[in-house]
Design a protein around this ligand. Structure first.
Ligand SMILES: C=C(OP(=O)(O)O)C(=O)O
Length: 597
């Protein structure tokens, strides 16, 4: 750990909002109140002024977790503790409501959701249970919180990411019980980089982007509230930055959220220049309105990735030229039963209707691995990323894919016009047989068939697949996972699953070259719809490699569009040459970034 504090040391994490920032580190101080031991009946009531325990009962105290050694209380003491907790939680909830009223969008929603959590009856009940075991009210609050945190951690996923919200609420309630000011963000007297174990939503929602240049958390995940709000505020953000605690408050750092790095005490001149260049790029993005084109006038097909009707309509209202990836499985993740034909038609028609005159690419259900669908009939597997997922689910239930294609064809007929023969692609295709079978089933319904290029077998032998399909779309997230043999979900392997890996870029070039020279003199569209396309520098490289479209999250469109507007096709080709000529992902990124300036 100590070596990470040295000048030039690099801490790695996961970037969740791209951007670069340079400035002094400012730590959020963790409230000591969250240490259960500090809140026990014997030692935690400082400030609150009362010892919640009463008569002695060693047996119940031993069971009390945070209250070990505390005597069993009488009913009045339990009631007093319950009332004090309820009053403190109500005060915290009221303050959150007040802040929600001043906030907008996701920030307001998050603050309101946390106010609701502060009033949660289950939490209060658990606190009473702890009080009855003899815990002081603060220890009871901490123990009840930790009991829920353990349950959330067991459930995992998004629920686990709510642990931070819960602990933050608990810290606020304990501070209130002690008569102390609420814990939170330090005062910024100059712009700086906010560092934290993990940020609480109540903190993130009130951040001033003029002062907080970037956020780096030692913990947290890409879908945590911190990430969501940072994205809304446009603040570069990194999570899972292992070893961050070794960076002392006040140390100057350079955060590169796109690369997922924090450099401790970097060389001042280059760091300041890089941050300034990034600030310029972001300012250009703020004013970019499309349509996408290169500086030499070459039009670029810049499309949106969506997952439901709302997302499609939001994309339709912006500069996207269409939809390059509609992830249908994400629309049904919470469904126990397969959506009916009518439900599917309604959803697909809404998405197709968002771009009545342009391309909308629907991906058939990519169920499995990190996106389990309850109704897809999958069983638990030891190695789900290499198991039954995507088009392979057809092995379990052939009807599922057919019914989805039927619904999409019906939606296309309903919307009509340019959408009467919707583009549809299959995920996880690995063999020519699968591609041919999928294409036949699409064509028999009047659909336009394509496949994702995400299994290396397709990229390596792409010329054998081209005769069967009308378009290709490279899913760089999975392609990188499978080329590098590195789980895309593992934060420890983030350096391997970096889409700048030259081996991945070489495969993309192979695919783009082959698609341009498809059989029968055809030129088959070959786009990229993975996260790689949302990195402005890498987007330039991908165009230089010859891909025909880029599809990115709607929020990333202006960043990519503005970057493309600043370069010519010849420059993109040069960036591609530089990247392909690199030995490592980091070298490729650094060299292209330096060339782009
Ligand atoms: C776009 C992709 O698919 P997913 O939804 O699995 O990220 C990809 O793998 O790049």
């Amino acid at each position: 750990m100590t070596q990470q504090s040295k000048a030039g040391a690099v801490i790695r994490g996961t970037g969740v909002v791209a951007g670069l920032a340079h400035g002094p580190a400012r730590w959020v101080v963790r409230p000591e109140a969250l240490d259960p031991a500090a809140g026990s009946a014997g030692g935690a009531s400082a400030g609150a002024g009362t010892a919640e325990g009463g008569s002695s009962d060693a047996g119940s105290a031993a069971e009390a977790g945070g209250s070990a050694g505390a005597p069993a209380p009488d009913e009045r003491e339990v009631e007093r503790g319950r009332e004090r907790f309820a009053a403190a939680a109500a005060t915290v909830a009221r303050r959150l409501d007040q802040r929600a009223a001043l906030a907008t969008g996701v920030s307001a929603e998050v603050l309101t959701a946390n106010a609701v959590l502060a009033r949660d009856r289950g939490w209060a009940k658990e606190v009473t249970k702890e009080l009855k075991k003899g815990a002081a009210v603060e220890a009871a609050a901490v123990a009840a919180t930790e009991s829920f945190a353990a349950k959330f951690a067991k459930i995992g996923g998004r629920q686990a990411e709510r642990i931070t919200d819960l602990r933050d609420l608990c810290a606020r309630v304990v501070a209130e019980l002690r008569g102390l000011p609420e814990p939170g963000i330090p005062a910024f007297d100059e712009p700086g980089i906010l560092l934290a174990d993990d940020l609480a939503p109540a903190d993130t929602a009130g951040l001033d982007p003029a002062l907080v240049l970037a956020i780096v958390c030692e913990h947290g995940g890409p879908t945590s509230h911190t990430a969501i709000i940072a994205r809304q505020l446009g603040i570069p953000c990194m999570v899972a930055a292992d070893g961050l605690s070794a960076v002392a408050d006040g140390t100057r750092v350079l955060v590169d959220a796109a690369a997922g790095t924090v450099t401790v005490e970097p060389e001042e001149g280059p760091a300041a220049a890089a941050a300034e260049a990034d600030r310029r790029h972001r300012a250009a993005a703020a004013t970019w309105t499309g349509p996408a084109a290169l500086a030499d006038g070459h039009a670029v097909s810049l499309l949106a990735n969506v997952q439901d009707g709302d997302g499609a309509e939001a994309a339709g209202a912006g500069p996207a030229a269409g939809i390059g990836l509609f992830r249908t499985e994400l629309a049904f993740l919470d469904r126990a039963d397969e959506p009916t034909h009518a439900e599917q038609v309604a959803l697909y028609a809404r998405v197709l209707g968002a771009f009545p005159d342009s391309r909308v690419v629907t991906r058939t259900l990519d169920a499995g691995s990190d996106k389990p669908l309850a109704f897809a009939g999958m069983t638990e597997e030891d190695n789900p990323a290499l198991g039954v997922r995507g088009i392979r689910v057809d092995l379990l239930d052939r009807g599922l894919l057919d019914r989805q294609l039927d619904a999409l064809a019906a939606a296309g007929r309903q919307v009509g016009g340019a959408q009467s023969s919707p583009w549809v692609m299959a995920p996880m295709v690995a063999t020519v047989d699968e591609a041919r079978d999928f294409a036949d089933r699409c064509r028999s319904r009047g659909l336009t068939p394509g496949i994702m290029v995400e299994v290396p077998s397709v990229a390596v032998a792409v010329d054998r697949f081209l005769p069967h399909v009308d378009f290709l779309s490279v899913g760089t997230n999975d392609l990188t996972q499978y080329v590098m043999a590195a789980d895309r979900m593992s934060p420890d392997l983030a350096a391997l699953t970096d889409p700048w890996q030259p081996a991945v870029l070489r495969l993309i070039r192979t695919v783009a070259d082959a698609a341009r020279r498809a059989p029968d003199g055809r030129s088959i569209p070959a786009g990229v719809c993975g996260e790689a396309a949302a990195d402005p520098d890498l987007a330039c490289v991908l165009l230089g490699l010859g891909v025909t479209s880029l599809s990115v999250a709607t929020a990333a469109l202006p960043h990519v569009g503005a970057a493309l507007a600043g370069v010519t096709l010849e420059q993109c080709r040069e960036f591609a040459r530089i990247a392909l000529d690199s030995d490592t992902a980091r070298d490729a990124r650094d060299a292209v970034r330096a060339a782009r300036g």
